[in-house]
Design a binder for this molecule. Structure first.
Ligand code: AMP
Length: 173
């Protein structure tokens, strides 16, 4: 099965992707994790991507697409895409069976992200960057919900991690 997980930043997409990947035995392709790994390894792509990531902006479509398509080619049995596609320019060539949309209120998202802010795990966890990323999500990523409406599974993200996960499993069947 080929799955896309969509939702605003701070809805726990990464956490759910990990749980789902264990449950369904599927590989996760997380564009954010791939970028952070490249940044850590100081590759040419990583240096370029960090410039955008730290500002809360998207890495240029053609660069991230090239990287992700290479991963997708390796996982022909299925995958969970987390963080990709992120706008309508990135949908080409992506085969998908189900699109999981984790919904949450802006208030809850900002509360969660501000909590993460205190842990300072990521270089893009800064308040003004968080708000910018949220705005870009609304403008760029949300239109994908309409694009994928025939494959869409709506999930209430304002519940416990286990609650979100069991709703996903129930609705995937
Ligand atoms: P994430 O961990 O998914 O929130 O991604 C962190 C950052 O990586 C984003 O704010 C973007 O700068 C960059 N990024 C991740 N996925 C994409 C994508 N599909 N297209 C463009 N930039 C991306």
């Amino acid at each position: 099965m080929r799955i896309i997980i969509l939702g605003p930043p701070g809805t726990g997409k990464g956490t759910q992707a990990k749980k789902l990947s264990r449950y369904l035995n599927l590989k996760i392709i997380s564009s954010g994790d791939i970028i952070r790994e490249e940044v850590k390894n100081n590759t040419e792509f990583g240096v370029m991507a960090k410039f955008y990531m730290d500002k809360g902006e998207f890495v240029p479509d053609e660069d991230i697409t090239e990287v992700i398509i290479n991963y997708i080619k390796k996982y022909d049995k299925g995958y969970i895409l987390d963080g990709y596609p992120r706008n309508i320019n990135q949908v080409n060539g992506i085969e998908v069976d189900k699109v999981i949309h984790i919904k949450s209120s802006k208030e809850n998202i900002l509360t969660r992200l501000k909590g993460r802010l205190r842990l300072r795990k990521r270089s893009d966890d800064k308040i003004e960057i968080i708000e910018k990323r949220f705005g870009i999500y609304e403008k760029e990523t949300k239109p994908l919900l309409e694009y994928y409406k025939d494959k869409l599974i709506e999930i209430n993200g304002d519940q416990s991690i286990e609650g979100v996960f069991s709703e996903i499993i129930r609705k995937l069947k």
